[in-house]
Design a protein around this ligand. Structure first.
Ligand code: G4P
Ligand code: NA
Ligand code: NA
Length: 194
């Protein structure tokens, strides 16, 4: 998605060879017009699917997920993160380990909001090692719901999340795939579909 790549080039800050900071439009301040276009782009890429629910994880997945939900007229559910879950039998839960932050958190979604007849799309801001998406897939599986695919705003192609998910047969659509973050410069994957 050219608009997104231009924004990353213009405003993204390469913090290290593995971390891209995009606080000006995605992770702290949000650019609503860009988010609207992102929602439209996800809807276009998954236009052949009937989607009944958009599933994401707090906090940075909520903005792009909501814009997709608005575009396709589907509710948006976000998994909540907890340090430790208080026991409840009304929750679907999964354990998500972040290699980047070296913490494991429990994520949870109420059983009231996902059902066996749902066709779910999973949305997130970043795809690195894929642990957050794996947790959301596990939650969808507990609900007995169908997952039509995964939509990612920025995939880090040099980490294994996208490769592993695609190898499992999961459809992953990333709007920008960053191949390299060397010497302060962002390089995108050539093969990314437009
Ligand atoms: P994974 O789910 O793909 O395995 O990713 P990882 O554990 O590495 O990610 C942990 C957190 O760091 C996630 O945010 C993820 O979005 C974010 N993240 C990973 N790589 C980058 C990066 O290069 N740049 C930025 N800006 N963020 C990155 P989170 O802790 O869930 O926070 P939130 O922003 O959603 O609240
Ligand atoms: Na996220
Ligand atoms: Na994030």
């Amino acid at each position: 998605m050219q608009l997104l790549k231009d924004k990353i080039i213009k405003e993204g800050k390469v913090l290290s060879p593995t971390v891209l900071k995009v606080d000006t439009f995605l992770n702290h301040q949000i650019d609503p017009l860009l988010m609207k276009e992102i929602g439209h782009e996800f809807a276009t890429r998954f236009t052949n699917e009937v989607i009944t629910k958009v599933l994401t994880i707090e906090s940075s997945g909520i903005a792009p997920a909501t814009m997709l939900g608005l575009e396709i007229g589907a509710p948006v559910v976000f998994a909540r993160k907890r340090k430790s879950l208080t026991l409840s039998d009304n929750l679907f839960t999964a354990s998500v380990h972040s290699f980047t932050k070296n913490v494991t958190s429990d994520i949870a979604v109420s059983r009231d909001f996902l059902h066996a007849d749902d066709n779910i799309i999973i949305i997130d801001d970043f795809l690195a090692n894929g642990e957050a998406v794996k947790g959301l897939l596990h939650i969808a599986e507990q609900a007995g719901a169908n997952v039509v695919g995964v939509g990612i705003v920025i995939e880090k192609g040099f980490q294994d999340g996208g490769k592993n998910l695609r190898a499992q047969g999961v459809r992953v659509e990333s709007l920008a795939i960053v191949n390299e973050l060397e010497e302060g410069k962002v390089t995108f994957a050539e093969e990314e579909a437009e």
